[in-house]
Write a protein that binds this ligand. Structure first.
Ligand code: GAR
Length: 211
């Protein structure tokens, strides 16, 4: 049974926004228990923003270069996201590291999806790095964002085979099909059940109450 009020999702994007689209589509079902209340980006003219606009979702853009320092950008991004009172902040192909101000404001509520099996192949070229290394399986990871690069406690992972004929694009596309399913499934569970983070271990469900 979904909660009376759906969880409020703010999604940050930098590109095509296919993960965002999967979330928007899932939120069309009231039983999913969440809705996307805003989409933010670090750049203009991306399909991710166009997807939000087509769905009637408010958008905002905060570019690092518009600010006097990275910290100022982080503070402004924090306030822009906070204005929408999110229950969960989803970084879905957001190609910037959020800073400590942002993370302190939304503790254990910021998740990022990465196209590799963490802790392998962190950074912005996960599929290319996996292919170059010659691994036979890779995948995608949803994690609670911390101050490192793709180092946070892991919420969910999905495994994807690497085929002999793969180039980077083919591999990334196969990962993204599995990644979107994992993201939709996990964010829905976060919305409906919450998560509990204990050190590096994450489980779905609210923290046990002290009696
Ligand atoms: C996704 O595969 C996501 O994991 C990746 O960018 C893609 C965005 O696709 N993110 C990273 O590599 C972050 N390190 P989308 O814009 O179609 O959702």
């Amino acid at each position: 049974m979904p909660a009376a009020d759906p969880a409020r999702l703010v999604v940050l994007v930098s590109g095509a926004g296919t993960n965002l689209q999967a979330l928007i589509d899932a939120c069309g079902d009231p039983a999913y228990g969440a809705r996307v209340v805003a989409v933010g980006a670090d750049r203009d003219d991306i399909e991710g923003l166009a997807r939000a606009e087509r769905a009637g979702i408010p958008t905002f853009v905060r570019k690092v270069g518009q600010f006097s320092s990275r910290e100022h950008w982080d503070l402004t991004l924090t306030e822009s996201v906070a204005a929408f009172d999110p229950d969960v902040v989803v970084l879905a192909g957001f190609m910037k590291l959020v800073g400590s101000t942002f993370l302190r404001r939304f503790p254990d509520r910021v998740v990022n999806t990465h196209p590799a099996l963490c802790p392998a192949f962190p950074g912005t070229s996960g599929p290319a790095d996996a292919l170059a290394y010659g691994v036979k399986v890779t995948g995608a990871t949803l994690f609670v964002v911390d101050e490192g690069v793709d180092t946070g406690p892991i919420v969910a992972q999905v495994v994807v085979p690497v085929e002999d004929t793969d180039d980077v694009e083919a591999l990334h596309e196969r990962i993204k099909v599995a990644e979107r399913r994992m993201l939709v499934d996990s964010v829905g569970r976060m919305a409906r059940e919450g998560i509990t983070v204990s050190g590096r271990r994450v489980r779905f469900g609210a923290p046990a109450r002290a009696t």
